[in-house]
Design a binder for this molecule. Sequence first.
Ligand SMILES: *Cc1c(COP(=O)(O)O)cnc(C)c1O
Length: 385
Amino acid sequence: MDDKLMLMIPGPTLVPETALLAMAQHPIGHRSGDFSKIMAEVIENLKWLHQTKNDVLILASSGTGAMEAGIINFLSPGDRILCGCNGKFGDRWAEVATAYGLQVEKITAEWGQALDTEKFRQHLEADQDKQIKAVIFTHSETSTGVLNDLETINGYVKAHGQALIIVDAVTSLGAVSIPVDELGLDIVASGSQKGYMIPPGLAFVAVGAKAWSAYEIAKLPRYYLDLGKYRKDAAKNTTPFTPPVNLFFALQATLRIMQGEGLENIFARHDRLKTATRTAIKALGLPLLGPDTVASPAVTAVAPPPEVEAEKLRAIMKKRFDIALAGGQDHLKGKIFRIGHLGFVCERDILSTIAALEVALIDLGYESFTPGAGLAAASRVLVKS
Ligand SMILES: *Cc1c(COP(=O)(O)O)cnc(C)c1O
């Protein structure tokens, strides 16, 4: 049906009508007092969301731009870094770092498993002469639905004392608590089309004091993504280059919505939706890609049995129910499908998705479950919590 699309993918995510309408206005000048007022409010609320008093800078780019900025502003050619790779995005940071001539040591885990924190400890403890300049990894690995153990890895980085911690929080920020100041995270990157509930186009980088010291001596080339420029201008409630001002209207709206809901409620909602989704999938007899203990609150990856073709299932979900699910990436293409439950997603959306999924599975001839079993399982989780 036209105009009925339900985006149950881990980005771009659903956008509230308030934000859509906020964008349907004439752009305003980005050097105007009106824009500065919006910028001031947005910066304040971004700090609230990041649980930080330090800088949160806003870039006109996708999430990858924020991560690239997180790398090039604080490191120098030849610097040794540890990079956690257990999915598409971890691999990407190794690629970016390699492209800029860094010496990348990968800590890998199978796709669908969490990074082994012990490997970080061993590498960092062995580095007696402090050659490791940064530890980079993805908090919520969107390609597999796995949440890596940020606190433990951060603890080892802090014990090392020298290395910066650079975190891709693109699908964890706004879904799970990331107390940036309390943990002392140096660089945290995120993007607008995920937990922020607005369309793609803005990216965010939180930068702590230690990272700014590294910025002073970092030698990689930078211009458009030179965070010093953004910091200087943010102090005057403006931006160094023309920002997508209409996205700022939307961001102002969704940050207000988030403030209204409250951080704890937002995190609890994501946790509840994750549990309801996973419980329903199990009740349908479909295998999940990763274990519950490391499940991302943003996305659930399902590895269906051979008789269920993931791509056919997605096609039915889209065509018949206007529900978009995500497929697998790289070697998992065709092997898994992913249900996003990030951002502007409520219990009703999960119940609709599970109910539609049951019909689609039966359509495909998969009958290893009693019709209604998934919905009943999800409902029980939602009633309890
Ligand atoms: C979406 C996403 C990104 C950013 O991707 P872009 O396409 O550049 O916005 C980075 N990391 C993770 C984990 C993501 O989910």
